[in-house]
Design a protein around this ligand. Structure first.
Ligand SMILES: [Zn+2]
Length: 316
């Protein structure tokens, strides 16, 4: 292993790492809790009296692309309070979470990837909506132009705001305000309210130019996924379900770019069979507009500035 154990596993603090063994396909870490008193969940008194030990096995973030399995010796303590005498397992907050088989930081990484994927699928959904709109309009150029807004201090934080609202739809505007202020936003709260009320965060209300649409459709999904790929590859080693999730999303990007609308049903079936609940909201959207989606993904653009962008049509 190239990385010194103290550096590689510093994220496991305050656990004490006792041994790191290179097992070839994976890395095993033996660790223990740091000792010291812990709070009795029964009466709240602190106790350091050891009643026994037990071992928890959790998966940590991969190292050199290999899964890391951490075995932690955790104490069972006994409360010293006369009327309590409870025995309880000590917790290691921030590292081990109750009932989790992953370390807190691995759980965090998985969640962030799922969020990115969801955001990605929302963008794909947005693209599909746009395709459907174009499929209904004989000449894309006749689409109503979007309202023109002047550039605004909020613009620079639009992506952040959209991602946040996508991940947490009920997020209060005040919190968003605090977040973008932290990021450098110098405008006021009223401006942010106005921006949101004008629907400027909801990209779907704005009718983009055909050129922008084709760019979304043809490059955006793939690009988004490229950005995720390294992260996913790394995590796939630790979490098998990530492999399936990554694979399905890649396939979807392919369906999009190769206009294989007729393959959508097979794809939906695979996602459902794999039990990828994270993608369910996206599937529901596809179900609702099923025929239009297929038509949109199969329909060649024949006029306007989009001509030729698709490249040579593939059979299917
Ligand atoms: Zn107690």
């Amino acid at each position: 292993m190239n990385v010194p154990a103290t550096v590689a596993f510093s994220g496991l603090l305050p656990l004490v790492v006792e041994e790191v063994v290179d097992e070839g396909e994976w890395v095993s870490v033996q660790a223990r809790s740091p000792g010291g008193p812990a709070e009795c969940p029964g009466c709240g008194a602190e106790s350091a009296r050891v009643h026994g030990y037990h071992q928890r096995t959790v998966t940590d973030v991969p190292l050199d692309g290999r899964p890391v399995v951490v075995r932690v010796r955790v104490r069972r303590l006994v409360c010293a309070t006369v009327n309590c005498r409870s025995t309880f397992r000590e917790q290691v907050p921030g590292v081990l979470e109750r009932y989790q088989r992953r370390t807190a930081r691995l759980t965090g990484q998985v969640r962030s990837v799922v969020r990115e994927l969801l955001d990605c699928s929302r963008r794909l959904g947005l693209s599909l909506n746009t395709v459907k709109r174009y499929a209904r309009v004989p000449e894309p150029n006749r689409l109503r132009r979007p309202p023109q807004y002047r550039a605004c201090l909020v613009d620079a934080y639009r992506d952040h705001l959209r991602a946040r609202r996508a991940a947490e739809p009920g997020v209060p505007v005040l919190r968003l305000f605090a977040e973008i202020t932290e990021l450098g936003y110098t405008g006021g709260l009223n401006l942010l309210y106005k921006y949101i009320n004008q629907g400027r965060l909801d990209g779907d209300r704005i009718t983009p130019s055909p050129r922008r649409v084709t760019r979304w459709l043809l490059t955006r999904p793939a690009n988004l996924l490229d950005g995720l790929r390294a992260h996913l590859d790394e995590l796939s080693a630790a979490c098998p379900e990530m492999t399936a999730l990554a694979e399905r999303v890649r396939e979807f990007a392919q369906l999009m770019t190769e206009r294989r609308g007729s393959d959508i049903d097979r794809w939906i079936k695979q996602v459902r069979e794999a039990g990828l609940v994270e993608l369910e909201p996206f599937l529901t959207g596809l179900d609702q507009d099923h025929d239009a989606v297929i038509a949109g993904l199969t329909l060649p653009y024949s006029s306007g500035p989009t001509e030729g962008v698709w490249g040579s049509p593939k059979a299917g």
